[in-house]
Design a protein around this ligand. Sequence first.
Ligand SMILES: Cc1cc2nc3c(=O)[nH]c(=O)nc-3n(C[C@H](O)[C@H](O)[C@H](O)COP(=O)(O)OP(=O)(O)OC[C@H]3O[C@@H](n4cnc5c(N)ncnc54)[C@H](O)[C@@H]3O)c2cc1C
Length: 389
Amino acid sequence: MEFGYTEEQKMMRDLAAKIAQDFSDEYWQQIDEEHRHPQELCDALVAQGVLGMAIPEEYGGGGTGLLDLAIASESLAKHGVGMGGIGILVGGPVFGGYLISRHGNKEQKEKYLPGLVNGDMWAGAFTEPDAGSNVTNISTRAELNGDHYVVNGQKMFISHMEGAKHIAIYARTSPLDPAHKTRGLSILVGDLPDAHVEARPFKKLGARFVDTCAVFIDGMTIPRQNIVGEEGGVLKAMFDVLNPERIIVAASAVGTGLLAIRKAVEFANERAVWGERPISSYQGLQFPLAEAKVMLEVARLKVYEAAWLYDKGSPKCAMATTIAKYAASHGSIFAADRAIQTMGGSGYMCEYGVERLWRDLRLNAIAPVTNEMALNTIAQYDLGMPRSY
Ligand SMILES: Cc1cc2nc3c(=O)[nH]c(=O)nc-3n(C[C@H](O)[C@H](O)[C@H](O)COP(=O)(O)OP(=O)(O)OC[C@H]3O[C@@H](n4cnc5c(N)ncnc54)[C@H](O)[C@@H]3O)c2cc1C
């Protein structure tokens, strides 16, 4: 067992920190107010090779593993980006990168992977109005008609519809079989924009660095060769996308939680309310931040382990990812909440940037998977308790 960073990992960690420091709090405040994609960060990540680092070298990428990408994601978050980079990190390397590099055929790799190194964004459309936690309920249909599929259905809460070049649609190519609910699910890659796809963005609490939409698909045609993996049997491909999504989100949450703690400590060291002593000297403020630090340090170990298992292709990755995702979201939301409390009224004000971290982190208890579903998975598959639903 080896716990240190390799030289290459240290380099990526430090590079990500340097990139993050080029983007001020004011920049992120503006992105939040304008509900805008941080294209400037995306350009910097492309220019420095971070966005393509996990894409295979033969397609122009860096050929690193998910662990390295997780380390870079955490570092970006910790050094100022917070969750602000997550739309980019998931929309490129995960929704497109891991889907195609693990399950695409040669033509698909040649077609899509170089674009991902250069910053192409993808939308990943799993969720539907009746298929959120219960993803096997997907009812969007893709019907084969000669050399193409015709897709009809509605997707819900789909991020990155604005500006995405491609959309990976998780659809049924055969009707739901109640005895084998995961059979008949396929992944099709379509190009955006498309006249048969309408996206209506929601207003939302946080994560305003990416749009999140209700998506109406009405007769979209997708060439037959754009199906990724086995038609009707994509469970493995689906989890080869969902697991890295959860890992990268969790890594970013750890970094963002640490950022919130740092901001709170800096504030508290300067603020005096009763005479000369700074408020940071009160145990009532120290303990919660120290507790948050413990939660995040432990979560980070699990995030790294999950990423390492993914890179090894181990089936143990799924449970490690579930635990990591839960621990990271729980610890980071707690950290941001306590950071706000430490700062009193200032913590509530937008100009200090900590309330934004909390709003952005709050999403992670809901997406990519809810914390209740994570606990269900742990209870059933790790503890061996009966399924409760
Ligand atoms: C900002 C944002 C961005 C998103 N981006 C994307 C995206 O890009 N692509 C995409 O496909 N999806 C996306 N999602 C969707 C996200 O993955 C779902 O919201 C999430 O999986 C939960 O599904 P749901 O909202 O339908 O909640 P539901 O499934 O309706 O759950 C509602 C509540 O019931 C609880 N619950 C449900 N079943 C159980 C059970 N068996 N036991 C205990 N509790 C249970 C849940 O934990 C939750 O608290 C996004 C969501 C948000 C909010």
